[in-house]
Design a protein around this ligand. Structure first.
Ligand code: ZN
Length: 244
């Protein structure tokens, strides 16, 4: 099983749409971790056969999602009321966060533990009271790849037969980034990314091989193998009948 996950991170709608259309064109499933309300979010909701919507709560100081753990979760669950999965923004995590997720939400699976280079990635249960959260470690993320100057490492390990989770950000896909400098240049140019328009972003899209090439390569591989799955489908296979 290979899970393609997308952290929306407040990307403008035309960028979310670009990713959505690429996936639809190749009939590939994905889990989007959503950050904000927008028409593009509604368009993702129109294809539940291909797209799962999980939440991407920001628990960091100054978060626009809220000031308390409960407030952030409430805000994010309102964006995707049927969500059962999450990845926290910046992978921020703590025991109180997991406890609140288990007691107050329908989230039963989370994917906030990045473990590059560690194999195999064994999901495990974080139990609290009568509930539990299935924690799925993952091994590849676009930003980590760029920050560690490891663009050459293919996201999918063909030798692995276990579960693999890949994490992309729409902005890096669209920019075709090959380092975080591409994103920094865009921010310096447009200021508030959420308000950026297609023309000004298109001017800084990188030519040659970059994250867009990587993403489309993965999408084609998943189309050919038919191995794409969604995060929500992992728990029933690993923990059949377990209480969430
Ligand atoms: Zn994020």
């Amino acid at each position: 099983m290979i899970c393609l996950t997308i952290d929306i991170d407040w990307a403008p709608d035309f960028i979310i749409d670009f990713v959505r259309e690429s996936l639809i064109d190749h009939d590939v499933r994905a889990t989007f971790f959503v950050t904000h309300e927008s028409p593009a979010l509604q368009r993702l909701k129109d294809r539940p056969d291909l797209f799962e919507l999980g939440i991407h709560p920001n628990f960091l100081p100054g978060s626009t999602h809220g000031q308390s753990i409960g407030g952030v979760l409430e805000h994010c669950m309102a964006l995707a009321p049927s969500a059962t999965s999450m990845r926290t923004h910046c992978l921020h995590q703590s025991t109180p966060i997991f406890q609140k997720v288990i007691t107050d939400t329908a989230i039963d699976t989370e994917v906030s533990l990045l473990m590059p280079g560690i194999r195999p990635h064994m999901p495990f249960e974080h139990r609290y009271g009568d509930g539990s959260l299935l924690r799925i470690p993952y091994g590849w993320e676009d930003t980590f790849c760029m920050e560690s100057r490891d663009m050459g490492r293919p996201p999918i390990d063909p030798a692995s037969t276990g579960l693999q989770v890949l994490a992309f950000h729409p902005i890096h896909i669209y920019l075709n980034s090959d380092s975080m400098d591409d994103y920094a240049r865009l921010k310096a140019r447009v200021g508030n990314l959420a308000k950026a328009n297609i023309a000004e972003v298109d001017e800084v899209v990188r030519r040659g091989f970059g994250m867009r090439s990587r993403f489309l390569q993965v999408v084609r591989q998943l189309q050919a193998s038919g191995r794409s799955t969604m995060i929500r489908d992992v728990r029933p296979q690993l923990l059949p009948g377990s209480p969430a």
